[in-house]
Design a protein around this ligand. Structure first.
Ligand code: CU
Length: 158
């Protein structure tokens, strides 16, 4: 009888430790109490110069204790929206972008960007386009993205 007690006590101790570590939120663990808390800012589309393709930029901020990933983007104005990274001047299509815990995913001119393909209409400065962002863990987010001038620079606001 005494022999059985010791392993049981050790097992309880191990479970308590695991639960504690999970509650603290390691970032990699999407389960338990910690999860991603996503918000979108700085979204804009430069008025496209091409009749069938446009670019888009935005920042996704994660205030939660778990990481997530942007897995797809859809829009009312485009047949499809693809996600691209720019590495060494060459752009590459990606199927998912990581959003670290307590971190940000940034799409900006010259770097990561969205590409709106098969445009159904030509977005004009002053209009908005609607985006639907889908994530690996969190529920989808809908974003109203303003259309800015073709040469808009977010750091100057012109
Ligand atoms: Cu691209």
């Amino acid at each position: 009888m005494r022999r059985a007690v010791l392993p049981a006590a050790a097992l309880v101790g191990a479970l308590a430790l695991t639960g504690c570590g999970s509650g603290a939120g390691t970032g990699a663990d999407a389960g338990g109490a910690s999860k991603a808390e996503l918000s979108v800012s700085s979204a804009y589309m430069p008025q496209p110069v091409s009749p069938d393709m446009a670019a888009g930029f935005l920042t996704i901020t994660n205030q939660g204790g778990a990481g997530d990933a942007l897995t797809s983007v859809g829009s009312d104005v485009a047949g499809k929206v693809t996600m691209h990274s720019t590495v060494g001047g060459a752009m590459r299509e990606k199927t998912s972008f990581a959003i670290p815990a307590h971190g940000r995913l940034v799409f900006r001119s010259g770097a990561n960007h969205l590409m709106f393909e098969e445009l159904k209409r030509s977005p004009k400065q002053g209009q908005h386009v609607t985006l639907k962002l889908t994530f690996a863990e969190s529920g989808p987010l809908t974003v109203e993205m303003p259309v800015k001038s073709a040469t808009y620079n977010p750091s100057t606001g012109h």
